[in-house]
Design a protein around this ligand. Structure first.
Ligand code: ADP
Ligand code: F6P
Length: 514
């Protein structure tokens, strides 16, 4: 149902809408869920809230008219031309910023005209936001694709409150400084009232960059936007994202989901140990390191199909970007080599699936997996890790988790690995397979408690509460209402009182060897 000229008290803006418009070979247009953790998290947050979502509908050309989705959310599409998709999205966002923000795992590409497109598209987003934001609205901007938007919105609409959350890491200043447009990006972000990051290290990297590259005064978790005594202050801190624990757990408990999990195992020949990886096909995810380690375990006969079976779901992603094309060839070549060498008829060494699946199928796969491999080289959070433990209401399964994910800072009871250390990774995989079920249940129970207590609604409440109080911290005595409450904070998921500046980093606690 198209609607126009409506305004909202809560506006969120992300590069993608929660649904992508896809035109089939028959010319028929359909909508399908957009890929990635941002959409998984924000879809749950927006359910039941009255707000608008500004974003790209996933195809080049004219944008559809604004419309209300089946779940009642108001979606406001932003059009991107072919050139803008190539230069703003595939180019500057995913071939310049993405590598710089992920430890330069692959080299970053710099083109001045890509930055020009990034500026132009950020301006389009800012204008679209201002069109749907009511007087005094809360505007919540998301991710690295929209870092210029906070200042652009502030210039157009000084009446609104502006927050920004980064779903990916924020790089150390030594890497960030490589960006020829580093000043423009920091100045773009400083238009916000509050900036949220996944980890303490990310928010500190940002604050340090403002001090060293812009020469701005910083104090604790705030940055002054000029040197004057009366300068506006911007707060930056860590608010780690999460998932809809209750909703996903309910899905995993459904008899159909459990039945499907059994079917998955049966169709794989009922392995003793089913090992699973689920990732966008992205070089940050460490899929190659994982396959190398598994290949060596096969060669050493420590694992063998069908007793151990490895399923790798590699979700299609950014398929026109050269680094992603190279990664796909590399991974598929390696999987082919392992299968040629170690598969038997009816018992492949590695089952490789290059598809997207509905949520209930993902839940069944998590339930079926005895060992889940989450081994990124760098990852803002990694929601797959939290989804896995959420689905394991039976307290079964074992999570192998890279110390370079945001999730590592919360899920201390995982089997922790450094994916660069292939020998260590092999040992960790074997420990996850061999640790006695009773001990694994204890570890799983503790991780489930953490995700249940820190779910996506609590994350959203904390973010919005921080935004409402910025540049001060919300400091609410237990049991009392906040002095300046955000109208969007749900009562049942109140932000924790006297929230610390940042979440403390945990002491790494690798699981004991079997
Ligand atoms: P990222 O945002 O980098 O993709 P996350 O692990 O944070 O990584 O989030 C990935 C999200 O995408 C999760 O919600 C996961 O369930 C979903 N997902 C990943 N692969 C698939 C797939 N093949 N089909 C459907 N959903 C997927
Ligand atoms: O969190 C990183 C991110 O870029 C998100 O914006 C999105 O959830 C995901 O990765 C998918 O990427 P893309 O939108 O480029 O397909």
């Amino acid at each position: 149902m198209p609607r126009t000229n409506e305004t909202f008290d809560l506006v969120i803006a992300a590069n993608r809408l929660p649904v992508d418009r896809v035109v089939g070979p028959d010319g028929e247009a359909t909508w399908r869920t957009s890929p990635g953790g941002l959409v998984t998290a924000m879809e749950s947050v927006m359910k039941g809230r009255d707000g608008a979502w500004v974003g790209w509908a996933g195809e080049a050309g004219q944008a559809p008219d604004p419309f209300v989705a089946d779940d009642g959310m108001y979606l406001h599409p932003v059009p991107l031309s072919e050139d803008e998709v190539a230069h703003y999205y595939e180019g500057f966002s995913n071939d310049t910023l993405w590598p710089i923000y992920h430890d330069v795992i692959v080299p970053a590409t710099f083109h001045r005209y890509w930055f020009g497109a990034y500026q132009a598209v950020n301006r389009k987003f800012a204008e679209a936001i201002c069109q749907v934001a009511a007087e005094g609205a809360t505007v919540w901007v998301h991710d690295y694709q929209l870092q210029l938007v906070p200042t652009m919105v502030r210039e157009l609409r000084p009446d609104v409150r502006i927050g920004w959350f980064n779903h990916i890491p924020f790089p150390p200043v030594e890497l960030f400084a490589q960006l020829p447009w580093r000043r423009a990006i920091l100045e773009g972000l400083l238009g916000a009232d509050y900036l949220g990051f996944q980890r303490v290290a990310d928010s500190q990297n940002f604050i340090r960059a403002c001090r060293q590259l812009l020469g701005l005064p910083t104090k604790g978790d705030t940055v002054s936007v000029s040197r004057s005594d009366s300068a506006r202050r911007v707060r930056a801190s860590a608010v780690p994202i999460s998932i809809d624990f209750q909703g996903l757990e309910e899905l995993a408990k459904q008899p159909e989901t459990q039945q499907r999990a059994r079917e998955i195992r049966e169709s794989l020949g009922d392995p003793q140990t089913l090992i699973v990886g689920v990732d966008r096909l992205d070089y940050t995810k460490g899929i190659g390191h994982r396959i190398k380690a598994y290949g060596e375990l096969l060669a050493e006969d420590k694992v063998a199909p069908p007793r151990e079976t490895f399923v790798q779901v590699a979700t299609p992603s950014r398929e026109r970007v050269a680094a992603y094309q190279a990664l796909r060839s590399e991974i598929e070549g390696e999987v082919g080599r392992l299968n040629g060498e170690y598969s038997r008829i009816g018992a492949p060494a590695v089952q490789y699936l290059h598809h997207a699946y509905p949520r209930h199928e993902m839940a069944s796969l998590y339930l079926a997996a005895d060992v889940m491999l989450v081994t990124p080289l760098r990852d803002g959070m990694n929601l797959v890790a939290k989804e896995y433990v959420t689905c394991r209401h039976d307290e079964g399964g074992a999570l192998v988790l890279s110390e370079f994910t945001g999730a590592f800072h919360e899920l201390h009871q995982a089997f922790v690995c450094n994916p660069h250390d292939i020998e260590g990774l092999k040992q960790t995989i074997m420990r996850a397979i061999q640790t006695p079920p009773k001990e694994k249940r204890r570890l799983m129970r503790a991780m489930r408690r953490r995700v249940a207590d820190h779910d996506v609604q609590r994350w959203a409440s904390r973010f919005l509460d921080n935004l409402a109080h910025a540049p001060e911290r919300p400091s609410v005595p237990p049991g009392q209402a906040p002095s300046r409450p955000s109208p969007h904070v749900r009562a049942v998921h109140e932000a924790p009182a006297n929230e610390p500046a940042n979440e403390p980093a945990p002491a790494p606690a690798p699981a004991a060897p079997a």
